[in-house]
Design a binder for this molecule. Structure first.
Ligand SMILES: [Zn+2]
Length: 127
C-alpha cells in the first residue's frame, strides 16, 4: 500500500464515519466477538535507513510467526551434460537453495541449514 492509497482510504473513512475514531492494527490471533487488535502509537516517516517508508508502530509487539526457513523452497537440481566424464555415473545432483548442501530426493529439510525443501519441484541448471 502506498501513502497515496492510505491517504485516500483515510479521507473516505473520515467522510463516511469519524476522523476521531481510533486507528488500530488487526492481529492474527483468535478472538471471540470483536477481531483482536492493537492500538497505534506512532504513524509517520522513518529516518536514516528507515526513510522512504511510512511507518505505523503498533502498541503491542508484533512478531512474524514463521521463520524464513519454514517456507518451502524448490531444491536446486544440477544436471550434468553427457560430455562431463567425471559425472558420467552421476547425471544430476540436488542441492539446498540456501546453503548448497547436497540433498537426497526424500529430504524434506536441509540437514545443514534447516531450510524446508519443496519435494518434486526444482530450479534446474545444466552444466
Ligand atoms: Zn541448506
Amino acid at each position: 500500500m502506498t501513502v497515496r492509497e492510505l491517504q485516500e482510504r483515510l479521507e473516505f473513512y473520515a467522510a463516511q464515519y469519524s476522523a476521531d475514531d481510533d486507528v488500530v492494527v488487526q492481529l492474527s490471533e483468535p478472538s471471540v466477538g470483536i477481531t483482536s487488535f492493537t492500538n497505534v502509537t506512532y504513524a509517520g516517516s522513518g529516518f536514516d535507513w528507515d526513510s522512504g517508508r511510512f511507518w505505523i508502530t503498533p502498541e503491542k509487539k508484533l512478531l512474524s510467526k514463521e521463520k524464513d526457513r519454514d517456507a518451502e523452497l524448490p531444491a536446486v537440481k544440477i544436471i550434468f551434460r553427457e560430455t562431463e566424464l567425471r559425472h558420467r555415473k552421476l547425471r544430476s545432483i540436488i542441492k539446498c537453495p540456501k546453503c548448497e548442501e547436497h540433498l537426497m530426493k526424500s529430504d524434506k529439510y536441509c540437514s545443514r541449514c534447516g531450510q524446508r525443501i519443496k519435494i518434486g519441484e526444482y530450479r534446474e541448471y545444466i552444466r
